[in-house]
Design a protein around this ligand. Structure first.
Ligand code: PHE
Length: 391
């Protein structure tokens, strides 16, 4: 109880502190509220992510990738002779924490740019703060279109969900699965958007959705929804959710006698899928990169990441690494590190050689990339196929 009161007091203090520091309220990118970036000393970069909570592996993997990029850059001399200093905050996967973290990075730590988040709803929350303050933000892996629609300060280095939905639909349809049940998380922008994109693409191909069901973050009993889906007898179930829920859905589906494969998106990416035991065997999901890819960029990264962390980098680690390196590259091309100049350099990135592929930031500040399909077996996943963007 005491600590709860203390937490409230600290939060109140921080908020008051922020409003005092803020030199302008409701400022837009064009009248940048963050002030001019300094031109000497370390270059301060911010990062926010879910290092704890039900999506903890998202934040941890991304942070590992970002930190590796920072370390390598500093060893190689930094950016224009200046070292990069990274400040990271745990947002616990919560919207309110995101707002606090991004505000603090900008107002108190005076970062020149922000890297984050993974979950789209959290990137939308953090992106609004960054845009309002005129500080560039790069999301490594949020795929919902709304993230970059916030404004000219916000970009991403990954593909978006209209493509990812198509990838899931095409993969299933081409394998002869023509009827789908759908179970999505209505509390997440990512899950709701990807569900709609999948259904649109699947119907266009000639597929049928037998049953559509929803849950909300924090739910852990999916039996009512799964029973309804079982009644429709679909060829597969599309589950565009995050891994903790996917594990529970899979286990409960098998208990209810549902044998068809589950198919999902990048939200499945986590070593925690092992908690499903064999319930996800023979299931598939779309992803951003495969560590089995023989391209030298991937294999070199794999070696250095394994040496640093003793584990295999997942796609969030690779995208975090790419987001940080793309930011450093933009810094070397920017007229100055002020928000407008830095954002302009980021937004004009062309053919940047990333681990996850060549990255060109398009006019909507998104990246157009390939997707891979991963297959789950025995609690882990491995590369199965590649899907290219439609012509
Ligand atoms: N694309 C997901 C989102 O927008 C996040 C994610 C990316 C999860 C990559 C796993 C791997 O919410």
């Amino acid at each position: 109880m005491q600590s709860k009161i203390a937490a409230v007091l600290i939060a109140t203090f921080l908020l008051v502190g922020f409003s005092c520091n803020k030199n302008e309220s409701g400022s837009t990118a064009s009248s940048a509220g963050a002030g001019a970036a300094s031109t000497t000393g370390d270059i301060v970069v911010g990062e926010y992510g879910s290092m704890t909570g039900s999506e903890a592996t998202f934040g941890i993997s991304t942070d590992n990738g970002v930190k590796l990029a920072v370390k390598e850059r500093n060893t190689a001399g930094g950016v224009n002779g200046r070292k990069i200093k990274l400040i990271s905050y745990d947002d616990q996967g919560k919207q309110q924490e995101v707002v606090t973290a991004v505000t603090r990075l900008i107002q108190q730590d005076h970062v020149v740019a922000v890297i984050g988040e993974v979950a789209s709803s959290l990137s939308i929350a953090g992106g609004q703060v960054a845009q309002r303050n005129g500080v560039p933000m790069i999301s490594p892996s949020s795929t919902n279109p709304q993230v970059t629609e916030i404004g000219d300060m916000i970009s991403r280095v990954c593909f978006i969900d209209p493509f990812q939905g198509y990838v899931g639909a095409k993969f299933a349809y081409d394998r002869g699965m023509k009827t789908a049940g759908v179970l999505y998380d209505r509390s997440q922008a990512y899950s709701t958007g990807l569900k709609n994109d999948f259904i649109k693409a699947f119907k266009q191909m000639g597929g049928t959705v037998t049953t559509e069901q929803a849950y909300s973050k924090g739910d852990n009993d999916f039996s009512a929804q799964l029973t309804a889906i079982r009644g429709g007898n679909p060829d597969f179930i599309y589950v565009p959710g995050y891994y903790t829920d996917v594990v529970n859905v899979a286990r409960q589906a098998r208990k209810l006698g549902i044998k068809v494969p589950l198919i999902g998106g990048d939200g499945w990416v986590s070593e925690e899928l092992k908690n499903a035991g064999d319930a996800l065997d023979g299931c598939f999901f779309s992803d951003h990169y495969a560590h089995e890819d023989p391209r030298p960029e991937v294999q070199e990264f794999l070696k250095r990441y394994q040496a640093a962390y003793g584990r295999t980098p997942d796609s969030m680690a690779a995208l975090g690494y790419d987001a940080a390196n793309l930011l450093f590259d933009a810094m070397t091309r920017a007229k100055s590190l002020d928000g407008k100049d830095l954002a302009a350099a980021i937004n004009s990135t062309k053919d940047f050689k990333g681990v996850t592929g060549n990255i060109t930031i398009d006019e909507k500040r998104n990246a157009r990339k390939l997707a891979v399909i991963q297959k789950v077996q025995g609690g882990s996943f491995s590369y199965f196929a590649t899907v290219e963007p439609p012509k």
